[in-house]
Structures are given as C-alpha cells and as structure tokens.
Design a protein around this ligand. Structure first.
Ligand code: SAM
Length: 204
C-alpha cells in the first residue's frame, strides 16, 4: 500500500463520512446488532459509538491500518471489545458460521472482488445471522447512472478503488443472502455519489 492509500485516504474518508446525516444512518444500521459481530471495512471506527450494548465483541477487518489510529478515541470510549482480526474481506480469518452479524458501511464499493467478499460474509455468518449495511451504488435513474459510469475512473483513482455504480442489492442476492428490509434513497449531495442502499441481508 502506498503512502496516499495508507496514510492520506483514511484521513480524507474519516472526514468525508462524518457529520449528523452519516451518524443518523450509522445509528440506524447498527440498531439490532448483537452477539459476535464482524465489521468488514472498519475504517476509522466511526460505527463504534453506535454499537448497541448487546454486541459482545466486534471483530474488525480493513487493509488500511492507519484507520485504527484515527479510531483511538472512539475505541477508548466504548465498552464493546474490539479485535482487529485481519486485513482483507476477501479472505476472512474466521471459522464458518462463527458470527451473528456482519456490518458494512460504505465499503462494498471499494473491495476489489466484492463477490468473493460477500461469499466470505455468507460463510462466516451463522444460519439466521445477518449483514447490516448502508452502501452507495448504482442509481435506477438512467441519467444519474450514466454520470456514475463517466465519473467512475476518477472516483476509482481518488478513493482507492471505489466504484460509484455497483448494484448492491443484486450483489447481495447473488451471494445467496435474503435482502429484507431494504431502503433505497438519495442522501444529500451530488446524486452520482449519493444513491444509498440501507438494510439487512440474512443468511437463511
Ligand atoms: C469509504 S471507506 C469506509 C470506511 C468505514 N466503513 C466507514 O463507514 O467510515 C472504505 C473502507 O473499505 C476498506 N477496504 C478496502 N478494501 C478492503 C478489503 N479488501 N477488505 C476490507 N476492507 C476493505 C478501506 O480500507 C476503507 O477503510
């Protein structure tokens, strides 16, 4: 990992994904998490303050380890034990059916082989366990989708491999997860960057 990806981007992301609207969405997506939880794409730990007390342990995976330093205050303030268990969502160092919930927020856009990572999510979830997610992705509006396609190469370059137009619901279903409930909507900001998928995907 180069200096930009390892040191600069985690800081940019930490700032870009902060504020009231993001906190409201983080609280919503973290509601209902319990037991053994895995977060894929831990980033700077911005979900940590929103973890319910029912979470027994958070195991975290992210290749950009600089995020852990940015998370220091949030880690010090939580009563939930947090363990950093790996670097890559595509190869999780966890047993089959070993977690109750998985959490991803604005991460499925960036993992290079997202199908493989979702296969891993399904593998480590216990039957009846669920992925809680809020992710940006492909807009159903043709004009916005065209802009997403146009802007993708720049987005990819600046934001460490982030794709604007991944069809999040389709990817989750393709991984064999049952997506319900699902809300889709535009958050504040330019539409190509702001089409969100928020919900729960369960391993039946
Ligand atoms: C846009 S940031 C979101 C960070 C955090 N989830 C949040 O909501 O603030 C995307 C995150 O995905 C992480 N990421 C990229 N490739 C990954 C991979 N293969 N496995 C796990 N995380 C990955 C990045 O390092 C980054 O922290």
């Amino acid at each position: 990992m180069g200096f930009y990806l390892e040191r600069v981007l985690p800081w940019i992301t930490d700032v870009a994904l902060s504020g009231k609207e993001f906190d409201r969405l983080r609280a919503k997506v973290c509601a209902g998490l319990s037991g053994e939880v895995l977060e894929v794409g831990f980033g700077s730990g911005r979900n940590v303050p929103h973890l319910p007390p029912d979470v027994a342990r958070l195991r975290a995976v992210d290749p950009a380890t600089a995020g852990r330093r940015l998370a220091a205050k949030r880690l010090a303030a939580t009563s939930v034990p947090v363990e950093f268990v790996g670097l890559d969502g595509e190869a999780l160092p966890l047993e089959d059916a070993s977690v109750d919930h998985v959490l991803t927020t604005w991460t499925l856009c960036t993992i290079p082989d997202v199908d493989r990572a979702l296969g891993e999510v399904r593998r480590v979830l216990r039957p009846g366990g669920a992925l809680h997610f809020v992710e940006h992705g492909l807009s159903p509006d043709a004009t916005v989708a065209r802009w997403q396609k146009r802007l993708n190469p720049v987005q990819n370059l600046v934001f460490g491999g982030c794709h604007l137009n991944r069809p999040i619901d389709t990817l989750l279903e393709r991984a064999g997860l049952v997506v319900s409930p699902l809300e889709t909507f535009y958050a504040r900001g330019p539409k190509p960057f702001a089409y969100l998928f928020e919900g729960v995907a369960t391993k039946i």
